[in-house]
Design a protein around this ligand. Structure first.
Ligand SMILES: O=C(O)C1=C[C@@H](OP(=O)(O)O)[C@@H](O)[C@H](O)C1
Ligand SMILES: C=C(OP(=O)(O)O)C(=O)O
Length: 429
């Protein structure tokens, strides 16, 4: 693949963009629509490759899914009507699809096999397979179910009371989705709260689920009722332009329809604490809150990012690292070892690539330390096939003196297919 040249000559960003649909909510809308009997309609669906993988898997299970722009209709006769697929379910680059489907398929009557791309083949699945096995699931895969391809023979399941060893919404959601089919009440205990889209959407589809002090309780055997889902814009996508607006001189950017779920809004807290000029008003009326967010460039200062904040911004750490290179003083990111098991090892990838641009950054066991501000220069960067590293590289190119090249930017379509259109729209004004 030929590297893409990015030479923006330090623009100031001006204008308004509407952030595309949230990836986590889009995946779940298809899954819940496939479980519920009847027709579920989804508005604002993300047409990213990961969500298209989810649609493809459910079509192979015999669920009817129609896509008309960002409107998606899912028509299902319920989970018991899913068909045993003759083909392997291909989950592409999507950890969310693979892990949540493990939970869903564990309690069906079906035999299924799932596999994904080279990155998925390296991502740990035992974190999901182990609790599911405690519920009675039959899952096999490479290294005792740790790696894809995985095979699932559906079984009758029993509820468990599970204390989460890592803060992971994928693990929590897989257990809850299996819990839907299990005998008894499933309990998941979190010491740090991870994104709660599954809990919110279960309620939206008419289920009863209790959440108190990090303990989620969910009685099995509940029926879901088909409904209409309005997908908020993805704050993880918005984050790239929030940071771009904050670090490019003279910028004034408005982002519409930004999802502001309190379990996802860590980037807003970080920008505010660093001294960014940011303003918004949250609309709380819907299942998922949203806001129009305005950001202007300003002086920034280094901070420490750790603890319960980490799950609220886990996917934003690559772009936060770039932000920190432009802040006065030291930024320390701790408690983020989960970054090592994302699409690539994001601690190594971020530190290696930002160093090539001249950043003063070092890796630690559970994060990174960045000293700023540093003027960045051009370099030949790698995305490692990881959409978030690719977008971090492209936003960095907005402030570098000299050209940045990136080996593979096509991977950005995993979560943000219109990313470069939005870069251009904001640079043009
Ligand atoms: O549940 C979800 O939709 C997601 C949960 C997070 O992963 P973990 O559960 O592994 O933390 C996040 O990084 C991923 O992009 C999406
Ligand atoms: C980690 C991510 O997604 P997934 O786990 O679904 O591949 C991401 O989008 O940054």
């Amino acid at each position: 693949m030929e590297a893409t040249k990015l030479h923006y000559k330090k623009p100031s960003l001006q204008g308004t963009i509407t952030v595309p649909g949230d990836k986590s909510v889009s995946h779940r809308s298809v899954m819940f629509g496939a479980i519920a009997e009847g027709t579920t309609t989804v508005e604002g669906f993300l047409l990213g490759e990961d969500c298209l993988s989810t649609i493809d898997c459910f079509r192979k299970l015999g669920v009817q899914i129609d896509v008309d722009g960002t409107n998606v209709t899912i028509t299902s006769d319920g989970i018991d009507a899913w068909k045993e697929p003759i083909e392997v379910l291909y989950t592409g680059n999507s950890g969310t699809t693979t892990r949540l489907m493990l939970g869903l398929l564990a309690g069906t009557k079906l035999h299924t096999v799932m596999t994904g791309d080279a990155s998925i083949a390296k991502r740990p699945m035992r974190r999901v397979a182990d609790p599911l096995r405690l519920m009675g699931a039959h899952i096999t895969g490479r290294e005792n179910g740790q790696y894809t391809p995985v095979a699932i023979q559906g079984k009758e399941l029993t509820a468990i009371d599970y204390t989460m060893p890592v803060a992971s919404a994928q693990v929590k959601s897989a257990i809850l989705l299996a819990g839907l089919r299990a005998e008894g009440t499933t309990i998941v205990r979190e010491s740090e709260v991870s994104r709660d889209h599954t809990e919110r959407m279960l309620r939206q589809f008419g289920a009863q689920i209790d959440v108190e002090d990090g303990v989620v309780s969910f009685a099995g055997g509940q029926k879901l009722t088909a409904t209409h889902v309005k997908v908020p814009g993805d704050i993880s996508s918005a984050a790239f332009f929030l940071v771009a607006g904050a670090i490019t001189e003279g910028s004034h950017v408005i982002l519409q329809n930004v999802g502001m779920n309190p379990t996802r809004d860590g980037i807003i807290s970080v920008l505010a604490e660093m001294g960014a000029d940011i303003a918004f008003q949250v609309d709380d009326e819907l299942a998922e809150p949203t806001a129009e967010v305005t950001i202007k460039s300003s002086e920034l200062k280094g901070i420490t990012i750790e603890g319960e904040l980490i799950p609220r911004l886990i996917d934003e750490i690559p772009i936060i690292a770039l932000l920190a290179t432009q802040a006065q003083g030291t930024t320390v990111i701790k408690d983020a070892e989960e970054l090592k098991v994302k699409e690539t090892d994001r601690i190594t990838a971020v530190v290696t690539e930002l160093k090539k641009l001249g950043a003063n950054i070092e890796a630690t066991e559970d994060g990174m330390i960045i000293h700023g501000p540093t003027a960045l220069h051009g370099a030949a960067l790698q995305s490692y096939g990881d959409h978030r590293i690719g977008m971090m590289a492209a936003i960095a190119a907005l402030i570098t003196e000299g050209e940045v090249t990136v080996d593979d930017v096509d991977c950005i379509a995993v979560s943000y297919p219109t990313f470069f259109e939005h870069v251009e729209a904001l640079c043009k004004k």
